[in-house]
Design a binder for this molecule. Structure first.
Ligand code: ADP
Ligand code: X15
Length: 409
């Protein structure tokens, strides 16, 4: 059992500062509804119905990426899911935010602006350093309690995650509680047969570190997405070209090159790479090319190819457990969903133990008409859940545990 306080321990009529994880896919500047809203709505509704004054903190995207946006649209989706008004102020701890917080009545809900727009939120530092930031020092005195519901961001040492619980009585929200329990139980589970991990998505830096750490627990890695292309690059193929403004490939390649090469060297037998890739053809259609025929780095690839999917499917069928972290392609665009959906379909058809993680990836289940019931656990966490699998501590959970300890003393 976790050693943290929960909403059951919260005093009545509190002014509560709540950290959610509403980080979502963004299309044309607009956040797309996903399971994070639905799940966090339970915690927010419970707090508002109990008569607390509820102020919400959340982040969206990363500075420099095109998913780095304001949270105005998130407030609207959340209000819909909670079934109550959710006010929004485009400020984190300036006068506008302080006035809006002060004006709240019992049972009212207010979302503050993207925490990552405030300089104190990033970069990562110890809870002690983060507690000293102006962001934390300004907001904390306005509240009686801090609730962390953002399990899926608990692997980050940012001010809103580790700073506030050091200076306020701190509690876990309902999502934090249930995700913690599910993912910790999975981490200690033993399997008799082969264990497979499907690795994709855009956060290659996160998954490559975990592949290294999961060395003895995973028998087979099936790669796609950005991480997959970086491994192909290490294997000598000229792939991994950024499409548009985003720098997904080169920066992560520079940062992880040595680790990728050493993982490939040491675990080469366990790592399956795509044998073909899909891209946007001249008339906007899906086109495919065998990896061995790619001579120059001039195309941005957006999915693994059909032969790769056919190669990955039997590997999944033979597995006793399959863990998915990250999509194999840009599944939001139907033309490039074959890799992700093919793999999810294969998992859904077998009775292996399966976990699908990641705010974006879990959304593919709903988008393509798959049933959540066909998977053992669908986590709204990605990076946090794979870290939990390795047994690596989550700093924000540790800070909540330390806060509970202090309270008991
Ligand atoms: N080759 C690719 N190029 C660019 N984006 C990709 C590629 N393959 C997958 N993606 C994107 O990865 C996203 C999921 O990435 P990530 O955030 O790492 O996973 P999650 O949120 O599911 O943990 C999807 O939204 C998908 O569009
Ligand atoms: O969406 C998140 O992580 P995930 O994509 O690994 O599930 C979290 O909000 C953390 O975001 P970050 O990886 O930009 O720090």
């Amino acid at each position: 059992m976790p050693a943290f306080n929960t909403l059951d321990d919260l005093s009545a009529d509190s002014r509560v500062l709540v950290r959610l994880d509403l980080n979502s896919p963004i299309e044309d500047g607009t956040p797309q509804d996903n399971r994070r809203f639905e799940r966090h709505a339970e915690t927010v509704r419970e707090l508002a119905e109990a008569g607390h004054r509820v102020v919400l903190l959340a982040h969206q995207g990363r500075p420099g990426r095109d998913d780095f946006t304001s949270l105005g649209g998130h407030a609207e989706i959340l209000a819909d899911r909670v079934g109550r008004d959710v006010g929004f102020v485009a400020d984190t701890y300036g006068d506008e935010a302080l006035e809006a917080i002060d004006a709240l009545d019992a049972g009212e809900i207010l979302l503050l602006e993207n925490t990552r727009m405030c300089d104190d939120e990033l970069p990562e530092a110890s809870p002690e350093e983060k507690a000293e930031t102006e962001f934390v020092r300004t907001l904390a005195p306005l509240f009686d309690a801090y609730v962390n519901d953002a399990y899926s961001a608990a692997h980050r040492k940012h001010a809103s995650l580790v700073g506030f619980p050091l200076v306020l009585p701190a509690y876990a929200g309902r999502v934090m509680e249930t995700e913690y329990e599910a993912n910790t139980a999975i981490a200690t589970r033993e399997f008799d047969g082969p264990v497979t991990m499907v690795v994709g998505g855009t956060k290659a830096t996160d998954v490559i570190g975990v592949m290294d750490a999961l060395d003895d627990r995973v028998d087979r890695f099936l790669l796609g997405g950005v991480a997959g292309e970086l491994f192909l690059r290490a294997a000598g193929h000229p792939v991994g070209r950024d499409v548009g403004e985003m720098d997904l490939f080169d920066e992560q390649w520079e940062r992880n090159r040595e680790l990728i090469e050493s993982v490939l060297d040491e675990r080469g037998d366990a790592i399956r790479l795509a044998s073909d890739l899909a891209y946007e053809g001249p008339d906007g259609e899906r086109a495919e090319v065998p990896v061995d025929d790619i001579g120059e780095k001039e195309t941005g690839y957006l999915d693994v190819g059909t032969t790769t999917v056919a190669d990955y499917e039997p590997a999944i069928r033979e597995s006793d457990a399959v863990f998915v972290k990250g999509a194999l392609g840009v599944f939001e665009d139907e033309r490039f969903a074959d890799g992700t959906v093919g793999v999810l379909d294969a998992i859904a058809e077998t009775d292996c133990f399966s976990v699908v993680g990641g705010g974006d990836t879990s959304r593919a289940i709903e988008m393509y008409g798959l049933s959540e019931a066909d998977f053992s656990h669908v986590s709204i966490a990605g990076g946090a859940y794979i870290r939990a699998l390795t047994g690596e501590p989550l700093p924000a959970v540790e800070t909540l545990e330390a806060a509970a300890e202090r309270r008991r003393d």
